[in-house]
Write a protein that binds this ligand. Structure first.
Ligand SMILES: [Zn+2]
Length: 405
């Protein structure tokens, strides 16, 4: 059956909205997206109206961790992987509610969940799994120095520790063994890690090169968590294709990223707000003080250099970072100086580029029917994307998964 949605249309390609727009899709493919006057609606079509709302490509979060910890329950202390997995499965429905029809995940749970979604046994956004976050001993994901490294690697479902070229190759191959479609490493320290500084460089040039080469042999790319700039510089030299966070980048890294056509995945809402969030230990608070100003500068430099910016959130569905408000990231981008349309493209077309799917991220004939409709006009007020309560219709792979129109 053909379904038609009428309303203001932002297709993710052009810089203007089409005010009297229309989108038609059948099964999981878009048949038409353009001016209403240019399409003859078939008599048997189902017709929906966005009213004063706006039809957009489904949103994509390029920096997600489906750990499910927040829903595992106090009784389980969040440590049992079965509980975490079920919590994460539940969270997928929240992501759809918020208008997100795609995520690039960094966790072990993403392997299982991506298969369940693509087989149709679980409702959720399409998931590009990267597997565990790879880091060094004493680095950004070495969260529990009280256990042995072997214990950590066998029992942690978010991260994996590796040191030296051989272990790095093995760690990367282990992710591909499980079904990883890209590789995520931590190339610098971070705000949430207890034993490092944000500007620590993590992985040697030899290790970085080994990781990148192994990913290339599997026809994909490496993205690098970078808070400090020196680790980002060394990662870019080693051939990573995407910098995550990029909080403290300098002009040197920005110029090199532009030259090599790398992508910057921002996680701005957290950067801009982390210093004021409740519930963090004092050592973490100290690390956050410089983040907001530094990250604003990065965004300014990246925009000037014409770097592709993609949306990421790093949200964990905590009370500070609820999945139903995942769209706050669009708001944070505008707050940091991006235009509304730049923010929308960052969370749609540019994000689809990192998903390595040509038929995703824009509303054009022949593309996949991943569609989000919001109340209001995000070009006038981006905050309409920030809360699931404003998201009125969500279509994932041609299925209507939310409809309050
Ligand atoms: Zn992260």
């Amino acid at each position: 059956m053909i379904t038609v949605i009428k309303g203001r249309l932002i297709n993710g390609v052009e810089d203007q909205a089409i005010e009297n727009g229309l989108l038609a899709f059948e099964e999981n493919r878009i048949l038409f997206a353009g001016e209403e006057k240019d399409y003859t609606i078939p008599t048997e079509a189902q017709i929906l109206s966005a009213g004063n709302g706006t039809i957009l490509p489904g949103f994509i979060d390029c920096h997600a961790h489906l750990t499910g910890n927040q829903d595992a329950g106090d009784w389980a202390n969040g440590n049992l992987f079965g509980d975490q997995l079920l919590g994460a499965a539940y969270q997928l429905s929240l992501l759809l509610e918020a208008g997100f029809t795609g995520i690039r995940d960094m966790s072990e749970a993403g392997f299982y969940l991506s298969r369940a979604v693509s087989r149709g046994i679980l409702k959720g956004p399409r998931i590009m799994p990267g597997g565990k976050v790879l880091g060094i001993t004493s680095g950004h994901v070495d969260f529990d120095p009280s256990v042995t490294m072997q214990h950590f690697n066998e029992n942690d479902h978010l991260s994996y520790l590796m040191d030296g070229v051989d272990e790095c190759i093995k760690g990367v191959r282990n992710q591909f063994r499980q079904g990883a479609k890209f590789i995520k490493i931590c190339a610098t320290g971070g705000v949430s890690s207890p034993t490092d500084r944000v500007d620590d460089v993590q992985f040697s040039p030899e290790e970085l090169k080994a990781i990148v080469d192994e990913a290339k042999r599997h026809h994909t790319y490496v993205c690098a968590h970078c808070t400090g700039y020196e680790g980002a510089y060394q990662s870019i030299l080693a051939g990573v294709e995407c910098i995550e966070h990029g909080v403290m980048l300098t002009q040197r890294e920005i110029d090199l990223m532009a030259e090599k056509d790398l992508t910057l995945v921002t996680t701005l809402w957290i950067s801009l707000n982390v210093a004021n969030l409740p519930g963090f230990p004092s050592w973490m608070r100290e690390k956050t003080m410089l983040c907001a100003d530094a990250n604003r500068k990065t965004i300014e430099m990246a925009r000037k250099a014409g770097i592709r910016i993609a949306l990421g959130t790093d949200f964990s569905n905590s009370s500070n970072t609820p999945y139903l408000k995942l769209g706050r990231e669009f708001e944070a981008m505008v707050e940091a100086g991006m235009t509304e349309m730049e923010a929308i493209k960052a969370g749609t077309a540019n994000a689809a580029y990192l998903m390595k799917m040509d038929d995703l991220g824009t509303l054009e004939a022949g593309k996949i029917a991943d569609i989000t409709v919001t109340k209001g006009n995000p070009l006038e007020d981006i905050s309409c994307l920030a809360d699931a309560a404003n998201i009125s219709l969500v279509i994932a792979d041609g299925h209507i998964v939310k409809n309050t129109l």
